[in-house]
Design a binder for this molecule. Structure first.
Ligand code: GLN
Length: 552
């Protein structure tokens, strides 16, 4: 369609956590549904090269792309909204920028010159914007979200770079969207526009006049408020978009579309394209709000007080719920508490159990006993990464009589059924050295996994160092564990299941990274379907665990 690539920059002011990632994704979806080829990109101004070495408590989930980049969780939203696999080009940190500049300096790339933020760092940043557009195909629009809040010291080079970018590619080809907060002050019983005015003033001081303002608010913005913001911030009234709190993030694009945001954007950028096709999206959102039946699923992990750590899992349950016509209530279970109080206290009455990925030994025994409870009581179970590893340890202990564990947690465990992968043994650097990204996996004939996926070979994303120890495979299989997914060379266990159980499935990879709103991931879809059958069985005629087994 468009011959020239257009660039949209999304910045945020006033406070963090305004939902810039969702706003960027929503704009991406609206443009994609207008037939445009859209790519999203996030700049993170911190100095880590990637978030892979940060604690989930600091950073939330680390999202992994097919090409093995460890990225910000906003990339998950981008992929889910525009339904497109992104790559390492889509997440750039200040750490990567400075690393590239300093390496070039050491290689003599700037010989004779003083290396400076302007122009060297800003040129490197601008190069990454162009790089996102050069994806081998005709990219119509690149949407770049600048992490952090305007006014942050470390964000300044990024804002300077996007200011210059308009001069490089032309006014008609760039757009600045600024997200702000319009708070309600109880004592005055009024919405206040001053923080927005100040934030825009700050942007103008560094040379950026926002073209569109997206205003987060917990109540409607009156015409009066909008015209006040418009007047003081130097935009037209229709360019003040209300972003009122909604229950589902999937409603945001529809909310924007109602205010003609996509029309305003394409008009300003001079893009000729049809109106967006939002029929399927609207149907999905309608379903999210109208489902009446529900199931209770426990997520048993260690970062349960910080839901950002499990962002993609939460979204995957929404997608799987929509496909199964059932609302998924998530119960957060802290596995350290399971250790202290026993699994029954936390899992009784649950219709499904999920044990997610994780690192370190905190809460491990709680995870293992939660899995035992699910296995023995026929409660549908899905284990992810560390969840698979704990399921194997539990099975080895209970069904093979082994004093089993993982060498990640105990150096001299008598039976390390989970062990460090061979290629990991000589690694000394921590950053970017796990087994990362998409790898193929072959599914066993007649297995539940094969039936759920409906194909013989799949590709899934990984992030781990430990694996099932092949020395124990025979012993585990003899006792009834089915290895249902293997790497094509047969060397790495990628999936396991228990045929004697209605739904006991675990994967070494992270299925949650590939679930999409209109394409729920088969393993989540299967878990929610089994939970629904389990709940119906528990409420009525049949034995719950037999019911859960039906028609998979
Ligand atoms: N800590 C485990 C490993 O490195 C599991 C990792 C994960 O769950 N992502 O293998």
């Amino acid at each position: 369609m468009g011959k020239i690539t257009k660039y949209i920059f999304i910045t945020g002011g006033v406070v963090s956590s305004l939902g810039k990632g969702i706003a960027s994704s929503s704009i991406g979806l609206l443009l994609k549904q207008r037939g445009l080829n859209v790519v999203l990109q996030k700049f993170d101004p911190y100095l880590n090269v990637d978030p892979g070495t940060m604690s989930p408590f600091q950073h939330g989930e680390v999202f992994v792309t097919d090409d093995g980049a460890e990225t910000d969780l906003d990339l998950g939203h981008y992929e889910r909204f525009i339904d497109r696999d992104l790559s390492q080009r889509s997440n750039v940190t200040a750490g990567q920028i400075y690393e590239a500049v300093i390496n070039r300096e050491r290689d003599g790339g700037y010989l004779g010159r003083t290396v400076q933020i302007v122009p060297h760092v800003t040129e490197e940043i601008k190069g990454r914007i162009r790089f996102a557009a050069e994806n081998g195909e005709n990219v119509d629009v690149v949407i770049t979200e600048i992490g952090g809040t305007s006014g942050d010291i470390e964000g300044l080079p990024f804002l300077e770079a996007i200011r210059q970018f308009r001069l490089d590619v032309g006014r008609r080809n760039t757009l600045y969207v600024h997200l702000t907060l319009v708070p309600y002050i109880k004592a005055a019983r009024e919405l206040k526009t001053k923080p927005t005015q100040h934030s825009v003033k700050g942007m103008r001081e560094i040379g950026i006049q926002p073209d569109i303002l997206v205003c987060r608010t917990d109540r409607p913005l009156s015409q009066e408020i909008k015209s006040k913001i418009a007047l003081f911030c130097n935009v037209e009234e229709k360019e003040v978009i209300e972003a009122r709190d909604v229950d589902s993030i999937y409603q945001v694009p529809l909310q924007f579309h109602k205010q003609d945001l996509d029309d305003i954007i394409v008009e300003k950028l001079g893009i000729q394209c049809p109106p967006p096709d939002l029929v399927e999206w609207e149907k999905m959102v309608h379903k999210i709000y109208s489902m009446t039946e529900s199931v209770d699923i426990a997520i048993c992990g260690k970062y349960v007080h910080l839901v950002d750590a499990y962002k993609s899992i939460i979204e995957s349950f929404i997608h799987a719920g929509v496909e199964n016509d059932v609302h998924v209530n998530i119960k957060w279970v802290d596995t350290e508490k399971v250790e202290a109080e026993g699994p029954e206290a936390h899992l009784e009455g649950m219709h499904g159990v999920l044990v997610p990925g994780g690192f370190g030994d905190r809460g491990i025994e709680g995870k293992i006993s939660a899995i035992r409870y699910a296995r023995e009581n026929g409660i549908p179970f899905l284990g992810i990464c560390l969840g698979l590893q704990c399921a194997v340890i539990e099975f080895a202990r209970a069904m093979c009589g082994l004093e089993a564990g993982s060498s990640e947690f105990e150096d001299d465990v008598p039976h390390p059924v989970i062990d460090l992968m061979i290629e990991q043994r000589n690694r000394s650097k921590m950053g970017g050295t796990m087994r990362l990204g998409a790898y193929p996996c072959v599914l066993k004939k007649d297995s539940l996994a094969r039936r759920l996926y409906g194909v013989a070979e799949i590709s899934e994303r990984h992030r781990h160092r430990w694996e099932v120890n092949n020395d124990y495979r025979e012993r585990l299989e003899e006792n009834g564990l089915v290895i249902s997914g293997l790497s094509p060379d047969g060397n790495l266990v990628e999936m396991i299941e228990l045929p004697s159980h209605p739904y006991f499935v675990a994967s070494q990879f992270h299925p949650e990274l590939k679930s999409r709103p209109q394409r729920a991931h088969p393993l989540f879809k299967g878990l929610v379907a089994a939970a629904k059958r389990f709940r119906r069985g528990a409420c009525g005629e049949r034995n719950a665990s037999t019911a859960a087994r039906q028609d998979v």
